[in-house]
Each structure stands twice: as C-alpha cells, then as structure tokens.
Design a protein around this ligand. Sequence first.
Ligand SMILES: Cc1cc2nc3c(=O)[nH]c(=O)nc-3n(C[C@H](O)[C@H](O)[C@H](O)COP(=O)(O)OP(=O)(O)OC[C@H]3O[C@@H](n4cnc5c(N)ncnc54)[C@H](O)[C@@H]3O)c2cc1C
Length: 393
Amino acid sequence: MKALIIGGGMAGPVTGMACEQAGIDSTVYEAYDRTADGVGAFLTLAVNGLAALRTLGLSDLVRDKGVDTPSMVAEMDGRRLAEFSFGAPLPDGTRNQTITRADLYGILRDEAVRRGVPIEYGKRLVSAESTPDGVLARFADGSTARGDLLIGADGLRSATRRIIDPNAPAPRYVPLLNAGGYARGVTLPGEPGVMHMFFGRRCFFSYVARPDGEVWWFANPPQPTELAPKALAAITPEQWRTKLRDLFAGDDFPALKVIDATEHIFSGWNTYDYPKVPVWHRDGMIIIGDAAHATSPASGQGASMAIEDAVTLAKCLRDLPDIPQAFAAYEGLRRKRVERVVAQGKRNGDGKAMGRIGRMMLPTILKFVAKTSSRQGWLYDHRIEWNEPVSTA
Ligand SMILES: Cc1cc2nc3c(=O)[nH]c(=O)nc-3n(C[C@H](O)[C@H](O)[C@H](O)COP(=O)(O)OP(=O)(O)OC[C@H]3O[C@@H](n4cnc5c(N)ncnc54)[C@H](O)[C@@H]3O)c2cc1C
C-alpha cells in the first residue's frame, strides 16, 4: 500500500513514520520550503501526545529539546487563584513538554527522513481525484503523484478538506490574537517549567521560565472582529510592543518587564477553531489533524490530537481489510474525542477575554475548574496501544 501524505507540519511526518511502522509506504508532500520552519512560536505538547509519540519511539527526541511543564498556575490582581496539573507523568517520568515549533517540526521531519519516509518540499496540493486503482494528486508546480490513498494533514486551510467536501464549513474565528516572544536577562518568581497564567484587566498573559533563565511568553489581546491577513501582517513588531505595553499598563504582574526584555516580538496570528467538520473522508481520501478538527490554542492539545490521529490512522490501515473500513474505524475512534477537545479549547479561550463581571466571578470559577481538573483523565490519560489490534466489532 502507498499513501500520499499532504502536509509536512506536525501530523504529516508522524503519519509517515506510523505508516512505515505499520508496513505502509508513504511520501510526504509539503507546500513550503523547509526553511519556513522557524515561524517563531513555541507550544506545549501534552502527555497524551507524548505517549502517542512513544509508540513510535519518538518521545525521547522531543524531551531532549523540550522543557518539563508539569502544571499551570492561574493568577489575578497579584493573587494566586488556582493550580492545575497537566496529568500524571508517563511511567518513565515524562511530563508535558514546552518546545519551540521550529525544534519540534525539525525533529519530526529529520527523523521521518532518517527512517526512510521521503519528504518533498514545494509541493502544494491543488486537486486530487479517485482513479480505478487509487488516488491521483496534482500539485501547483504541475507535477502529479499516484497512491492507494491520500491523507490530508494540510492544516487549518486544508485543500484536501475542500476536495473531499466542497461544502465543508469555514473555520470559526475565535476573537483573540496571539503574540509572544523569548525574554532574556529577567528574573521571575516561580519554579522553572511551570506555566504562569495572568488574567489581566485588558489582556491575558502567560510565561514559562526555562531552567537556563530564558522566559518564553505569549499574550492574547482580544480582537472582536477578524483582521485580514494583510492588515495583521502590516502591524510591525514595534507597534505590537506599544500595543502590548498599553494593554498591560497598571496590571500587577511582570508582563511589562518581560516585554521590555524581549528583543523580537513574534506576533500576528488570528485564532480559529473547527467545532465540526461533517465529512472527514471520501473514496481513498481522508483528513486528519487541524484539517479535520482545529482547536483553539487555549486547549493546549492541537499538536497532541494531530499526533494521536496519525498513530490511530496507521493502526486502522494496518488492521482492517480495506481502506473504506479503515477510514470508518478511524472516524469511530477519533471523532467524539477531538470534538470534545475543541469544545473545551473554546471554553478556555472565552475565559481569556472576560469582561468586568466575568473577572469578578473568575476566582470562583477557577477554583471549581481546578477541583474538577482531576477528572481530566479522559484527556491526559488517553493511551494508544500499538500492538493491540483495531477491530470493527
Ligand atoms: C498560536 C498557536 C499556538 C498553539 N499552541 C499550541 C500548544 O501549546 N499546544 C498544542 O498542542 N497545539 C498548539 N497549537 C496548535 C498546533 O500547532 C496545531 O494543532 C498542529 O500544528 C496541527 O498539526 P497539523 O499537522 O494538522 O497542521 P500543521 O502543523 O499546520 O501542518 C500543516 C502543514 O501542511 C502544509 N500545507 C498546507 N496546505 C498545503 C497544501 N495544499 N499542499 C501541501 N502542503 C500544505 C503547511 O505548510 C503545513 O506545513 C497552537 C497553534 C497556534 C496557531
């Protein structure tokens, strides 16, 4: 069996390696050049995502470059409101990892190639069609590729999603912007690795201090109406600095200190999610990762869901007699879980942009959430057993 994997972000290379482990050949086709990797930001990979990487022997590679992030502390007006655990560590002690996006993409792509999964760059999928013996993919550079199936791991603006279902809904705009950076030479309270969240009067702020003293931070300025990509790109880093300084002026947490200690502010992402994509597969084509169920970054689970998808799909293709049955089994295993994560991400994001009354209620809400977060086993304790066969029963 030969799989054409569209997208060389998070899900694409992991799918390639999972397919390889399942005895399926694949090639990854990525629209951009490899040099587009270093888009600045960082993310936190949850223990459930790391456990999925572990089934492919990849979690140690991530751990080597990441920072242990065992928990999250919420603060407001100088008061510590609650502490949330990010789930129990894996048996070898692995905790949530905070890692730069560039490092994570680089690790996954290099390891995929090392394991014999080819990655072709500059290959933007523009159309695909079913043929009597599989799928034919066409790329913007005029080239084509044939395979038995096509896996769209091509992210939020997925071309594969449109090809499978031209009536697929558009992503939902979540009214928060994303900006952040890496600060040096600033000393902050708290244990290295712990994620600190501050509910400011006008804007949400968060930081993780690394053991080497560098501080990784992000902010989520509320933005009620969606800004066009051009308008967003036109805001300079220095304009962002001024905007953020204004938003945090008078707040009782170290945002200004951190912003001033940051040489380059990376910024300019709108936030979107995808509460429900009705059609995930048609004929020999399927979507996974953000293409099928993008979640607001506030869930902290987008990358982990993409990785779980990759491993689960490879198992289904390995164990079921044909591609339609494998796709159906995959959807049965994944849909409820990922839609629950997207819903939770939306709720978390809403909590970052509360009005005055919301802020008054926040301490009570967070205490309740912290108490019930011990019931988050469904999220963090999810494990995929590679050797356990998938059945349709
Ligand atoms: C600001 C921000 C913060 C985040 N923080 C976190 C976090 O802390 N924790 C977490 O788990 N998740 C986080 N996420 C979400 C996470 O990054 C995504 O869920 C994850 O990257 C999804 O992986 P994916 O492979 O589906 O998509 P992507 O990683 O987006 O990869 C898609 C790839 O497909 C390529 N592509 C697109 N179109 C085509 C085409 N037509 N042909 C070929 N290739 C194509 C793209 O260039 C890209 O390389 C965050 C996201 C954002 C925006």
